[in-house]
Design a protein around this ligand. Sequence first.
Ligand SMILES: [Zn+2]
Length: 365
Amino acid sequence: MIFQLDESLVRFARAGKGNVEVLISVLELLAMAVREGNHLVFAEMKLASEILLIVGRNSGSASSLLLRLINQYPKVAGLAYGIKLRVLVGDFDKAATKTVEGVRVIEYPLGLVNSGLLQKSLVLVENLTDADFYKWVANVVLMETEFRGVSLALEGYPGGGNTTAEAYDNLKENTSRLCLCIVDSDIRAPLLGPGDTAKKVLKSDRDRPVVRAGSHVIGACSIENLIPFFFFEEAWRYDPNYSSKLSLYKVHYREGHWKYLQLKKNISCFELRGASAFSVYWAGALVSVDVGCLLDAPSCEQKAACKEYKLPLLSGSPLGATLPLIKAQSLQSQVLLPDIRLAWENIAEELLGWCCATTSHTAGI
Ligand SMILES: [Zn+2]
């Protein structure tokens, strides 16, 4: 996250005895966050100079931080103004979020800044390995933008699937951490709305908003839909069972369609009988599949009894099968469907906002 110093800090420091010490202690916390590689701190050069005059050049890590902000200004300003999210630390009455020219600015009172807030941002996901995948996605996207060289610092936090919304509420209420929650949409056909997990997370932000937390519903049914097809082919190259399954799935690998496909669940013939949006859509998409129970047969009267799969699941853990390969590959651009690419770019923008830490320009200086 970018923590920007607000000009109200000058007025605050001059307003009362003891205020300079308060300001110095906040600057020390920010300096520590930079040293640990958790976040970036930024200030307009004139403001950093003014604050430096107030706190004095010999105020330890506070003045070192300010000097660094001045020296690195040309390198960090482009980044700070290019990112769509930042925390503005200032003399505010209460924490609030404002959108200024498309940038989400979190106004944070300096009295509320503590070491918890300045730890690495939490990325709350359904399963812990999801966070590794999302970080890789973001790094691949950022590699081809002006933000290449920016490192992302985050701590994955497992929400446990359908309990993710409860975990989100808990982190919002009982910690002072920055938190980005990323969940599957579970949208399994056009015209359907998000699944329960995504709905609960969105409702949490509607009913109990907290400025230092935000959520993102991915632009696909689930995280597995975001995996480039190449990695499935690689993972199961020598496994004949999977090779034949992949050929069933390859048929569905197209824009506006693949993102709805649930890779971890069978689609039985039972599920395609009916008038729901899911049944209608997938009955059409799988119309040429010559598998199914006889109509009105007892074996197809309920979902559990129907064992005829129009499309068998790809794998119980497509991400588990591919993540080692993904991690082993050096960072390079990926061939993606256009709508999946958009989903990637949205994830990258969120992670860049919440988790940008050091840049190759600022590291080690
Ligand atoms: Zn059936």
